[in-house]
Every structure is written in structure tokens, then in C-alpha cells.
Design a protein around this ligand. Structure first.
Ligand SMILES: [Zn+2]
Length: 356
């Protein structure tokens, strides 16, 4: 079956400026046509919005959605996501130049030339390695926990662009149409009793990296922090609310839910979209348990996993067992996972806060 590049969050037909009743909440993400975008009379002359089909990031020169209500979401490896909405670009994490042991993303950090904000979930290199250079080039505001911005302070970016957040409340940030609430999360801590033996076996059965690749990885690792504070004080979840109420929860590490997250979600209720890292615990029984805690807390309508790809000498984290488990738990949830750079488009006019 052909896997298409687009997905529709809500079939929107605008009639005299109002939404028609009984719009279907979701289309099959594999469908070839996106009613919300392609059938919009305002854009009938150009039936396809390239921003919702082309695997080119807006931040690297690709198209921005034509309809101001369209949100284009692209996953670009690990917990990197690009959000494009109403002429603005927000990057979640920045780890693009990953080295030769990783599958190529199809662009480099140097290609990223436009962004309004970069939200860093935590300061490990595989989340922030390119935040300073991309921030400096784009002039985007870069947001992170204290341990993250301490690292940024040693890198080539203007400190005036950097915002430190603790996630403990009262830190609402506004980037144009994006309202961002940082919430203190917690980094994943997969059990050593599982990870240790599996990593040993993987070393035995995979091709070892060359000395050059080992050196390259060491250099990349230097662009993040290994400070222990990352676990409890340095992992920030971001609750993002668009101007029309559409809500996104972003969490870039598959750790346990914190009281801060529970409190925030008791207030927010649910989110339209969850971009949530898969636990690194290898065993599906453990990754499923963690994913269920996340979806029970954030209650997303649409669940998109993050942090599930891997270098050539490791294993991707399986997403289908998570999808099956969350659907067994809640048959109405929509699960979406695309390839690198493939867009998923949402009509944000339909959202939970408006009573969908
Ligand atoms: Zn990490």
C-alpha cells in the first residue's frame, strides 16, 4: 500500500466562514487526499498544498502551509520535530548532524535557516547538539532547563537568545501564535539489568564502528551535557497551545510522569496531539507500560512517537506494540508514525478546546 505523506486531523469544509457540522474528526492518514487542505475552496486553484506533501522542512526552505489553520508536523529523527503553523516555525530538539553511524536525515544542521523558536527537552547531545549553531543562524529563541542553557552558555550563541526555564510553573512563553508552557518532566532510566545484557549482545552481532566513527561520535557528544541533573531537573515537557486552542504535548524522553505533569494536565485536560518519546527499555512490555502512563496523563487524540530510531549498530524502538496497546486501551486514539521529513498536516480549527 502506498504510504502517503499526509494526514488529516479534521475534514474541514468552510461554508460562509463557518465550519460545517458533522465534519469527520480524522481521515485515514494513508489516504491520498487531504480534504481539509485540498478541498478548501479558498485554495482550489492550487489543489495540493506542497507543505503537506513534500518531504522538505520549512526550516530548510520548504513551503509553509497556505491555510493559516493548517499545522504541518515533521519528525526528523530521535525526538526532533518541526512544527509549522501560521507562518511560524518551531523546532523541538535540535540533533541533526548525528554522524556516519546513523541513517541520514536528508538535510544537515547547516541547511536549517529559518526558525522562530527551538525548544530543547533536555541537554543530552542527542537532543541539543545543534541547538547553538541553528539558533545562531536563525536567530531563534532557544529554550531549555538550567543544565541545558549552562551548556549553551559555553557555545557560540548570543546569550540574549537563550531562555532558561525550570518547568515548575509560571513560565508561560509566547512565540507569536504559539503559547508554550514548560513543565518539569523526568528523564527515562531504563533498567540496567535489561539494557546491559542486550547492549553486550548487540556489540557481538553488529559491525563495530570504525575508529573514525568513534572519534566523530565523541566530538558530537561534546555538544551536549552529561550532567546528572538532566534526570530530575533537566528534562522539560512542553505544553504548546496554538492561538485557536489546539494543544500539543511534547516530551523528548521516555521517563516516568512527574507530579508537575499531572498537575498541568489536570488543568489542561487533554491534548490534540502528543509527541512522546518511546522508552529506551528495549522490551516491549516495559515500553508499553511507559507509553500507557504517558497517554493516560496527556490524553492525546493523536499519538506520534519520538526517539524510536537508532544508529546502525543498535535497534529501533518498536512502535507497533505501543500503537496496539494504546488502541486496546482507547480505540479512538489515532496513531501516526512517518518517515524522516514526511509531513503530517492537521486542520487545527477542529480541536478539543472547541469541543470536538
Ligand atoms: Zn537523554
Amino acid at each position: 500500500m502506498r504510504v502517503t505523506t499526509c494526514f488529516l486531523a479534521a475534514a474541514s469544509v468552510f461554508a460562509a466562514g463557518t465550519l460545517t457540522a458533522h465534519a469527520r474528526p480524522f481521515n485515514d492518514p494513508r489516504s491520498d487526499r487531504i480534504e481539509a487542505i485540498d478541498a478548501d475552496a479558498k485554495f482550489a486553484a492550487e489543489p495540493r498544498d506542497g507543505a503537506c506533501y513534500a518531504p522538505v522542512l520549512a526550516s530548510t526552505g520548504g513551503a509553509l502551509p497556505k491555510n493559516p489553520g493548517t499545522l504541518a508536523v515533521r519528525w526528523t529523527g530521535y525526538a526532533n520535530y518541526e512544527l509549522v503553523y501560521n507562518g511560524q516555525i518551531v523546532l523541538l530538539d535540535a540533533y541533526f548532524d548525528r554522524g556516519g553511524i546513523y541513517p541520514p536525515l536528508g538535510f544537515t544542521a547547516a541547511d536549517v535557516k529559518k526558525a522562530d523558536a527551538i525548544l530543547i527537552g533536555h541537554g543530552h547531545h542527542d537532543h541539543m547538539a545543534d541547538a547553538a549553531t541553528v539558533g545562531a543562524r536563525t536567530r531563534a529563541t532557544v529554550v531549555g532547563a538550567p543544565v541545558t542553557t549552562e551548556k549553551l552558555a559555553t557555545q557560540a550563541i548570543d546569550p540574549k537568545q537563550v531562555r532558561t526555564v525550570t518547568g515548575k510553573g509560571g513560565e508561560i512563553l509566547q512565540f507569536g501564535k504559539f503559547k508554550v508552557e514548560p513543565i518539569l518532566g523526568r528523564h527515562g532510566q531504563p533498567p540496567a539489568s535489561v539494557v546491559g545484557p542486550i547492549d553486550e549482545v548487540l556489540k557481538k552481532v553488529t559491525t563495530p564502528p570504525t575508529p573514525e566513527q568513534v572519534a566523530e561520535q565523541a566530538r558530537i557528544r561534546q555538544r551536549g551535557t552529561q550532567d546528572r541533573r538532566v534526570i530530575e531537573e533537566g528534562t522539560i515537557a512542553y505544553l504548546i497551545t496554538l492561538d485557536n486552542g489546539f494543544r500539543i504535548m511534547y516530551r523528548d524522553s521516555g521517563g516516568r510522569v512527574t507530579e508537575f505533569e499531572k498537575t498541568a494536565m489536570q488543568r489542561a485536560g487533554r491534548v490534540d496531539l502528543g509527541l512522546i518519546a518511546v522508552s529506551a527499555a528495549y522490551l516491549n512490555s516495559a515500553t508499553v507500560e511507559q507509553a500507557l502512563e504517558h497517554v493516560h496523563t496527556y490524553k492525546p487524540d493523536v499519538y506520534m512517537p519520538a526517539h524510536h530510531d537508532a544508529p546502525f549498530n543498535n535497534l529501533w524502538r518498536a512502535t507497533e506494540p505501543l500503537f496496539q496497546a494504546v488502541k486496546d486501551d482507547n480505540p479512538r486514539i489515532v496513531t501516526v508514525s512517518k518517515g524522516y521529513r514526511e509531513p503530517t498536516c492537521f486542520n487545527t480549527e477542529h480541536n478539543i478546546s472547541r469541543g470536538r
